[in-house]
Write a new protein. Structure first.
Length: 81
């Protein structure tokens, strides 16, 4: 069984599997990422602009899947009699 949606972390293209050694503090948790997945402000702005204008990330970047979801049919709101 596959997934319908995937959350990715974008990073600079790199070889191997570097350890997740950089904490990113979120509102309710901390996400651990690897050094190639950290961007400075200028790189992040460029990445955002390229994605916004093309709908894709630049070739020097890569995606790492971190979560997947499957769709669920909504529960019926009608009571059976």
């Amino acid at each position: 069984m596959g997934v319908d949606s995937v959350r990715y972390i974008v990073g600079h293209h790199h070889d191997g599997n570097p350890p997740p050694d950089v904490p990113i503090t979120l509102l309710r948790s901390t996400e651990m990422v690897s050094r190639p997945e950290v961007f400075d402000a200028a790189d992040a702005a460029e990445l955002f602009f390229i994605y916004f204008t093309t709908g894709d990330i630049p070739p020097e970047c890569s995606l790492r899947p971190v979560e997947g979801w499957t769709a669920r049919a909504p529960a019926s709101t009608f009571a059976s009699t």
